[in-house]
Write a protein that binds this ligand. Sequence first.
Ligand code: F6R
Length: 260
Amino acid sequence: MEVVIAPVDALAGLAADAIETLVRARPEAVLGLATGSSPLAVYDELVRRHTEQGLSFARARAFTLDEYVGLAADHPQRYRNVIARELTDRIDLDPARVAGPDGSAADLPAACAAYEQAISAAGGIDLQILGIGTDGHIAFNEPGSSLASRTRVKTLTMQTRQDNARFFDDDPSAVPNHCVTQGIGTILAASHLVLLATGRAKAEAVHQLVEGPVSAMWPATALQLHPHVSVLVDDAAAGRLQLADHFRQTWAAKPAWQGL
Ligand code: F6R
C-alpha cells in the first residue's frame, strides 16, 4: 500500500496521470468509477485533458461502484445520473459503455449477479477509483460487511445517510435506506485501487485503513490485502497517520517516472 500525502490538486493530478497512462497504453481499459465528492477533482482533470489534450476514452469501458435503491430514473442523485453529469457526458465515453449496479431492478439479487457477470465478461476492472466513508466504508460496504462480499443489496448506516444528506436537501431521511454495491471481494479483484480522501473528517478512517488491523468493523482495511493500492490523502486526512513522516519521505524519494 502506497500512501501519498499532498494538496488536493496534486492528488487529482496523480490519479489522472495513472488513468491517462493506462488509457494511452490500453485504449480499451476498464475503469472503475466512484461517485461522491472525493473523485470530483480527478474527473475535472480528466475532462481538461480530454478537452485540451485530446485524451480519448472512446474505446474504454466503465463500471460504477454502487447505486441507491428506489430512486426514480431521473433523480439527480441517482449515481448513474451523477457519474454522467460529473464525468462520462463530458468526455468521449459512449454511455452504452458505462454500467452501474441496477438499483431499480424488480429482482435485485439477479441484477447484482448480472453486474458481477458483466464485470467479468469485460475482463475485470483495470483501475478502480475509490473514496472512503467516515465510518470506513468503501463503495457502500458498511461496517460489518463481509470482506469477501460480491455485489449485493446493503442497508446504509445512519452515519452514511447523515453524511450524504448534503445531496438530499440536508434531510437524512430522504437518503435511501438501501443500496446495491460492489462487494469488497469485487473491489479487491480490480488490478489497481486508487483511493482518495481529503479533510479532517476522514482522518480516523484513513488511519484505520492504513494502520489498523484488518477488520469488518473498518471495511476499507481489507485493502491491506491487495497488492497494488494507492492511498492519496491531503494533510488533514493524513492527520492521524502514525507513519505520516515515513510516507512523506518515501514519496519524496520516489522517482517521478514510476507513477503510482
Ligand atoms: C460512492 C462510494 C462511497 C464514497 C464515500 C465517500 O460511489 O462508493 O464509498 O466514496 O461515501 O464519499 P465522499 O467522497 O462524498 O466523501
